[in-house]
Design a protein around this ligand. Structure first.
Ligand SMILES: Nc1ncnc2c1ncn2[C@@H]1O[C@H](COP(=O)(O)OP(=O)(O)OP(=O)(O)O)[C@@H](O)[C@H]1O
Length: 592
């Protein structure tokens, strides 16, 4: 009892500390925002006080300066730029009209994020009906978008590809009065390969911060004072380049001392301000930049042999939902096919943990399961996105389409079942939990041969501790082993996992539809594994994969044949290497 009180006391202290780290000790109105807007923030969004990043960014945006914001995931960056822009738009002497066209443009990497920002905009603009919000994005009906643009959209949220399309083909899209461009999740926009589109967009809009280039190409109105904002939870050389071409003497918000040592004189002019930091310490962003993660996030890794991956994943999920039925969990996979297979498996697989004949089979996981990936049709994507937002308890299986910027309330745990690749991706995936000072856990799956990935994360200041797998396994009552036996049982031989694996394999082999999904998922998983680039290739080595074990992780009894040429090449090379090794061993033996 006393211990419990102590623990609760500690948790409360930690929560209070988190809260004071996340929220500022001032009000929205003291930052200079219009009273009606402050009311909207409170009434429509429930925001009483600004977060730290909002308290820093809002006055700077109101002052008209270009801004670069680097802050941890889930710290309230969206309102940090939307609120001051709405304030500035509502105070125009002459009320803006639809015929003025677009005055502010928010660029986002994904359709889901586009919808999310648009929804917040709608709420904030409720009492400023003359400021019209709108969105354009891939997958939507072009003609309807054209009609909306023709009528006039004051604040436009857009994905880059579709925006460029309208810039080139929709003559009635008026943007000569454009005053703001906001690059939200700038790093993701660039990683998705939109770099060229962005440069073209900047040129089309005439907001490039390079006098020699903008001459003659400017489509903007020279009388309009331009202000660009760039927001990113991670910084890298590409973001640095975008900042360089789009921002003029930016104020930098959220960069700590270490990062500031990495900001260059060469890239930002001497008049640039950095909130609270000395001018001298600026150098270019480096690839070993430290990432900001929410302090209260508990990060674990789990070392699992390939063949036991699926059963361990299912055991963790079962444990999570049995301990707390009402919670939200996201599992990240590397491919759309893997999402589809696991979705189908988890939606249909029934099992009885008791061996008794009379016991009815039950769903293995009794929680609502949803899926989200880029190959789903647009409407299904929208529905899943909205459902996972509003559900109190659900499991979302997803590719990285959910990794960036999406704000699903109250996600308790993030499982990275397939490793994320770049460390930035790790940061964004775990950023879907522990938002705004709330508790959150994350688990990263690694095979024993992949544990060097932890060193890669450590370079960025991200440290993980090991997940207590044995403890979890011994918590399944029917398979509890005596402690002294337990010590000697390897994961692969653990009775609970062995029984579960067998049940899964029988289920998949009896269901042709699921079996087909498993085979497709197997092939695309191997393909994705070969796609690791640079340093990561050294950690995720396809030639170290045991394909029979990979097949087992898709509950397949045999390994499907692989058609892909590059994988075949890798495998042939591995076979040659193995043969070579055997030959040289034989030579050594015969010599001796
Ligand atoms: N002042 C505030 N008071 C209470 N809640 C807030 C406040 N500002 C933002 N939030 C909430 O915090 C969550 C995170 O906000 P937001 O999505 O803007 O974060 P972010 O920094 O953009 O995250 P990411 O980097 O993942 O995109 C949202 O649920 C939002 O509604």
């Amino acid at each position: 009892m006393e211990q419990n009180n102590k623990n609760n006391g500690r948790r409360l202290k930690a929560e209070n500390k988190n809260s004071s780290e996340v929220f500022a000790s001032c009000s929205f109105s003291s930052l200079g925002l219009h009273p009606t807007l402050c009311d909207q923030l409170k009434e429509r969004l429930g925001f009483e006080v600004p977060t730290q990043v909002q308290a820093q960014a809002i006055p700077v945006v109101l002052s008209g300066r270009h801004v670069l914001v680097n802050a941890a995931t889930g710290t309230g960056k969206t309102v940090a730029y939307l609120a001051p822009i709405i304030h500035l738009l509502q105070e125009y002497d002459q009320r803006i009209q639809r015929t003025d066209g677009t005055l502010a443009l928010v660029l986002v990497p994904t359709r889901e994020l586009c919808m999310q920002v648009y929804e917040i905009l709608q709420k904030l603009l409720h009492r400023f009906h003359w400021i019209v919000p709108g969105y354009i994005m891939g997958g939507e009906n072009r003609s309807k978008e054209k009609a909306r643009l023709r009528k006039g959209v004051s604040i436009l949220v857009a994905t880059p590809g579709r925006l460029l399309d309208h810039l080139k083909n929709t003559s009635s899209f008026l943007h000569t009065n454009l005053r703001w461009i906001i690059f939200d999740e700038a790093d993701r926009i660039l990683e998705l390969g939109y770099g060229k589109d962005i440069e073209e967009i900047i040129n089309c809009l005439g907001t490039r911060n390079d006098k020699s280039v903008s001459k003659g190409t400017s489509a903007g109105n020279p009388k309009v004072q331009k202000q660009n904002l760039l927001l990113s939870a991670t910084l890298n050389d590409k973001v640095n380049h975008l900042a360089n071409i789009s921002l003029e003497n930016p104020v930098m918000i959220g960069l700590d001392d270490k990062m500031l040592q990495n900001v260059s004189h060469k890239h930002f002019s001497l008049e640039s301000d950095v909130l609270g930091v000395a001018e001298e310490s600026r150098k270019m962003f480096s690839s070993s930049e430290e990432y900001k993660l929410p302090a209260q996030l508990v990060q674990k890794y789990i070392k699992v042999p390939c063949g036991s991956r699926l059963v361990v994943l299912l055991s963790i999920l079962k444990d999570l939902f049995e301990k707390e039925a009402s919670q939200k969990v996201v599992v990240f996979f590397s491919t759309c096919d893997a999402v589809d297979f696991h979705y189908s498996l988890l939606s249909e697989f029934q099992w009885s943990t008791l061996k008794s004949e009379t016991e009815l089979r039950q769903m293995f996981l009794r929680c609502k399961t949803l899926r989200l990936h880029g190959n789903m049709n647009h409407e299904d994507r929208k529905t899943t996105f909205q459902m996972f937002k509003t559900e109190k308890s659900a499991l979302l299986l997803s590719t990285d389409v959910s990794a960036r910027g999406l704000d699903f309330p109250k996600v308790r745990c993030i499982i990275q079942y397939d490793s994320p690749g770049e460390a930035t991706e790790y940061v964004h995936r775990v950023g879907r939990t522990a938002r705004l000072g709330e508790r959150g856990d994350s688990v990263l799956f690694l095979q024993p041969v992949e544990v060097d990935y932890l060193k890669d994360l450590e370079k960025h200041g991200v440290t993980l501790t090991e997940y207590p797998l044995q403890k979890l396994l011994s918590s399944f009552p029917l398979y509890r082993l005596k402690p002294q036996v337990n010590k000697f049982v390897s994961i692969e031989m653990h009775p609970w996992l062995v029984a579960l694996q067998r049940a899964l394999e029988s289920f998949v082999s009896a269901e042709p539809k699921v079996k087909k999904l498993a085979k497709d998922a197997f092939s695309s998983w191997v393909r994705a594994y070969t796609a690791h680039r640079g340093e990561l290739k050294r950690i995720f080595m396809v030639k170290k994969l045991h394909l029979g074990h990979v097949a087992k992780s898709f509950a397949l009894k045999e390994q499907p044949s692989i058609v892909n040429k590059s994988i075949q090449k890798h495998l042939k090379k591995r076979k040659r290497d193995d043969e070579q090794k055997v030959k040289s061993k034989k030579r050594v033996i015969s010599k001796s």
